[in-house]
Design a protein around this ligand. Structure first.
Ligand SMILES: [Zn+2]
Length: 409
């Protein structure tokens, strides 16, 4: 449990700490919050009063055990909502999420490369409207939109800088935050897709309360979101976690980023698709041979059904990814690695096995403690859920930056 501070000028930070305590320990009492966070009873009481006034929290019955009966506190899930949108190379997906991380609506649209950035943003704006209307949510309860997409970007300004990728997008310095906010009239937060997924896992998933963890996000590309000492680590230009462009072979093939032998060349779903198609052309036996145009979902299904060709390529990708994860865990000393994103939502078990095996056999600290490897609980929605969680994180999570700012007074 995170500690609060009783110093003045840290109201927002403490509110985040209390809200987190209520969210994680559903049914917790004021006394327990004070015990768990180190805040004074008076501070907790004041903050809870504010949260009750704002209808973010409700009093929900009494716990009669103990010397004095204690009123139980819970988050009021339908008091606020956040929208999450993930822009991927082939589709945009959106979710509408309540404060408890429950998904109350979903929309998705195929992305056409010819649309250009403004066309895709038009599409996101339209899908946002449809999402809210269909879910019949009062627009005044909307906190904002989180937008996740592949980087590089300036998270604070919400500007996307030339996402170099295989699909030939030509998006240069797109003011995602400003352009989307102008279309929908809500605050917008933009972040890297992998970072968003890590925040989502923190909010709704298995990484609650884990101090040091990484989220490996694999959809069409590959990236990582990182939490260090309970804080989201964004890095100096807000582009930390470009795991896919970690060099694993300096003499390797040229990557679209301009370097050689990047991890993504060996492990991305794009490589799996290329290799499987090539081998099928060579006439190798496979259950996929009967299909006219083999797609990634076909390959993923075949791999999970044990088709030897599909399985071999997916397992190769998993082994290469496991290499990168060992390097990353060695550098950062993590407790937990979460695997998620569209690709891993379908073939995650194969990757989990390989990543676990590599960490258990190769990590220098392997005899000290095992690193947990988990599949993301958000499944296919991980990116969009993460994007929605960005909004909640921005408003409600206790963040050290606020404290650092305070210490300058
Ligand atoms: Zn690269």
């Amino acid at each position: 449990m995170r500690s609060g501070t009783n110093l003045p000028r840290v109201r927002d930070y403490n509110q985040g700490v209390v809200l987190e305590a209520i969210r994680v320990g559903s049914g917790v009492s004021r006394v327990e919050i004070a015990e768990n966070t180190g805040l004074t009873a008076q501070t907790v009481s004041n903050i809870v009063r504010r949260l009750l006034d704002d209808e973010l929290v409700i009093e929900d019955g009494v716990d009669p055990s103990g010397r004095k009966p204690r009123v139980k506190l819970r988050i009021k899930p339908d008091s606020r909502y956040a929208i999450g949108a993930l822009i991927d190379r082939d589709e945009t997906s959106l979710v509408l999420m309540d404060l408890d991380g429950r998904i109350v609506g979903r929309e998705s649209r195929p992305v056409d490369q010819q649309q250009g950035a403004q066309g895709v943003l038009d599409q996101v704006a339209e899908a946002t409207q449809t999402l809210v209307q269909n879910a019949k949510v009062d627009p005044s309860k909307l906190l904002g939109v989180g937008l996740g997409c592949p980087g590089p970007m300036d998270h604070e300004q919400g500007i996307l800088y030339e996402p170099l990728d295989l699909f030939g997008w030509n998006w240069h310095e797109v003011a995602l935050k400003q352009d989307l906010s102008g279309r929908i009239g809500l605050p917008v937060i933009v972040d890297n897709d992998a970072t968003a997924a890590a925040v989502g896992e923190r909010w709704v998933g298995g990484a609650q309360g884990v101090r040091n963890f990484a989220y490996i996000f694999m959809s069409m590309g590959l990236g990582a979101g990182i939490f260090i000492e309970n804080q989201l680590y964004r890095g100096d230009t807000t582009n930390a976690g470009e795991l896919g462009h970690m060099t694993i072979n300096i003499d390797g093939p040229l990557c679209f980023c301009g370097n050689r032998g990047c991890l993504e060349i060996y492990s991305s779903p794009v490589r799996i698709l290329t290799e499987v198609r090539h081998r099928l052309k060579q006439g190798e036996p496979s259950s996929l041979a009967a299909l006219l145009d083999v797609t990634l979902p076909d390959i993923r299904r075949a791999a999970m059904n044990g088709d030897p060709l599909a399985l071999e390529e997916v397992r190769y990708s998993a082994r290469m990814l496991a290499n990168g994860v060992v390097n990353m865990v060695s550098l950062l000393d993590l407790r937990l690695v979460v695997l998620g994103g569209r690709h891993l939502a379908e073939v995650g078990p194969i990757y989990k096995q390989e990543v676990e095996r590599a960490l258990n056999n190769r990590l220098l600290t392997r005899n000290l403690r095992r690193v947990n490897v988990e599949l993301s609980v958000a499944g296919r929605d991980a990116g969009a859920v993460g994007a929605a969680a960005l909004v909640l994180h921005e408003i409600f999570a206790p963040r050290m930056t606020e404290l650092n700012m305070v210490s300058q007074f």
